[in-house]
Design a protein around this ligand. Structure first.
Ligand SMILES: Cc1cc2nc3c(=O)[nH]c(=O)nc-3n(C[C@H](O)[C@H](O)[C@H](O)COP(=O)(O)OP(=O)(O)OC[C@H]3O[C@@H](n4cnc5c(N)ncnc54)[C@H](O)[C@@H]3O)c2cc1C
Length: 501
């Protein structure tokens, strides 16, 4: 599996390989961020307790068992997740339980379909910029050479000029929609290239920071040496990732407390940290809070000992973005031969993508072998909360039927419709206040996909990298060697070398 150039962002602290003293840590939250932190702390010899309020690990990338009407059980999840090749830290984490990453399979393409039959393929693009951009434009049905002259060059070049401090200072107050408008791309090209991409971060364009969007362009495309290709899990996340992790962590002596909710933290008498949960009190030398946005806000609100005003205000400034829908359908008809396992869509109302689970995931493939038919998943992100479920369902189905007409007459044998709201907002102007891994409290670090990191990173990769950095923060107090944290190049191809004023 290719691993292009990557940079070691955080040099290994020249310390001991393991803790020389007894140290304990409580990690609150069993999503990717919490599991990453617990893994590193336990590997270095800390006595770790992991507290997770749900009955399963994995958080938003977790899976839980449900039963179909015919009595067969299956693993439900928030569905399709793309594991990009530049997710170096997430991959390093997964290698703990799957050294060859055999749970991941490569998808050859990531086509985007528009309403007028347009299709934009990303297959086989060169992996480096600007060759990838040139190849993309050359093959695109939505943009010609003439259109390029109308595009705003300086604005478009911002995508190649990413540098964290400069980009956020210049663009964080602007909304992503206004930035995309200012590029003056032809409408079809804008839809195919940008609308799908912007929506993939769950935030509505007009409510998302253009600085964050430019970081995403850099991280996923213009600064990404691995190219815009990704892998998917070939089995439900529970079996592929989280059951092995439960075993791995338990083997390292981690105490897993599932279905246990942390309610408050306070300072103990002997300078330890005390975590009050709904199932008793835990004490530890260090804490990692790897929570959701509402989770950390509730915990901090109930914890007066976390008494730094500026930090508390940065936690309360966090917000969730609009809800999303994940709709999995078990149909009694197969999809047509040659369909892609995953497509992005644009111009079909709220529909953002369609995945055909029977083409890449073993549980759905087994179901198809037993019953025929297909297992289809529809996603809609940044959904307007005022639109009714009935309308959403009918718009999503219309999109499916239009793109895959063979599903029009299919009967829905089973379905699971999730409408959830737990993804972080990246609103214009929010970057400066966003909390970092480090906190003002000795022995306390935070992790999660909403945390501000010094490296370009997002979603699952940001969760994993922040978990590693949080563990490193605690280990540094005892001069213990840190976990390496990797990054794609931190600056864009033509980012100015002089500090930006
Ligand atoms: C539909 C959908 C599709 C996605 N697709 C992709 C994709 O293709 N690629 C990608 O990279 N990312 C994707 N993501 C994003 C990805 O799932 C998240 O970025 C990542 O899982 C976040 O991990 P986390 O550990 O930061 O947070 P979470 O997974 O939210 O973990 C936080 C944990 O804290 C627990 N918790 C909260 N409060 C408490 C408490 N008081 N006590 C104890 N535990 C508590 C929660 O139960 C949860 O398990 C997608 C997300 C969704 C919803």
């Amino acid at each position: 599996m290719s691993q292009g150039p990557k940079e070691l962002r955080q040099p290994l602290a020249a310390g001991d390989a393991r803790l020389a003293v007894d140290r304990s840590a409580v990690v609150v939250g069993g999503g990717i961020a919490g599991v990453a932190a617990a893994t590193v702390l336990a590997e270095r010899g800390a006595k770790v307790t992991l507290v997770e309020k749900e009955s399963f690990l994995g958080g938003r990338a977790g899976a839980w068992t449900e039963t179909l009407a015919n009595g067969e059980s299956f693993e439900m999840e928030r569905g399709f997740h793309a594991f990009f090749r530049q997710y170096y830290n997430l991959r390093a984490l997964l290698r703990r339980v799957d050294p060859e990453l055999s749970c991941l399979v490569k998808l050859e393409d990531y086509p985007i379909h528009g309403p007028e039959g347009e299709e934009q393929s990303f297959r086989g693009l060169p992996s480096s910029t600007p060759a990838n951009l040139m190849a993309l434009i050359r093959r695109s049905p939505a943009i010609g050479l003439r259109d390029l002259f109308k595009v705003s060059g300086p604005r478009a070049l911002e995508m190649l000029r990413y540098e964290q401090q400069r980009t956020y200072a210049r663009w964080d107050d602007t909304d992503a929609g206004a930035y995309l408008d200012s590029l003056a791309f032809p409408p079809r090209a804008r839809r195919l290239f940008f609308d799908v991409f912007a929506h993939s971060f769950f935030n509505p364009e007009r409510e998302m920071s253009a600085g964050e969007l430019l970081m995403m362009f850099h991280f996923y495309f213009t600064g990404n040496p691995e190219g815009l290709v990704f892998d998917v899990a070939n089995a439900p996340f529970s079996r592929a990732i989280w059951d092995p992790f439960a075993e791995y962590l338990t083997g390292l002596g981690v105490e897993l407390r599932l279905e246990c909710e942390a309610e408050a933290v306070s300072r103990g008498e002997d300078d330890c940290w005390v975590v009050r949960t709904d199932a008793g009190v835990l004490r530890a030398d260090g804490l990692v809070l790897g929570l959701t946005v509402p989770g950390i806000q509730a915990l901090v609100a109930a914890s007066p000992d976390l008494n730094d005003w500026g930090w508390r205000s940065s936690i309360s400034s966090l917000a969730l973005t609009n809800p999303f829908v994940v709709w999995r359908l078990w149909l009694d008809r197969p999809t047509a031969d040659g369909r892609a396992p995953f497509i992005g869509t644009t111009g079909f109302g709220p529909l953002d993508n369609i995945s055909l689970f029977h083409l890449f995931e073993d549980e759905s493939r087994d179901w198809q072998e037993r019953h025929g038919g297909s297992v289809v998943e529809l996603h809609a992100y940044a959904v307007d909360p005022l639109v009714s479920e009935q309308t959403l369902r009918s718009q999503l189905l219309d999109g499916l039927h239009h793109l895959y007409p063979e599903t029009r007459d299919a009967n829905v044998l089973e379905e699971r419709y999730l409408l959830r709201q737990d993804c972080p907002a990246f609103a214009p102007g929010s970057f400066a206040e966003r909390p970092r891994v480090e906190t003002p409290f000795e022995g306390v670090a935070i992790a999660g996909d909403f945390v501000k990191l010094p490296i370009p990173s997002a979603l699952m990769e940001r969760a994993a990298a922040s978990g590693f950095l949080a563990a490193n923060q605690l280990l540094a107090m005892d001069n213990v060697r840190s976990e390496p944290v990797y990054s794609i190049p931190e600056r864009g191809l033509i980012a100015p070398r002089v500090p930006w004023k």
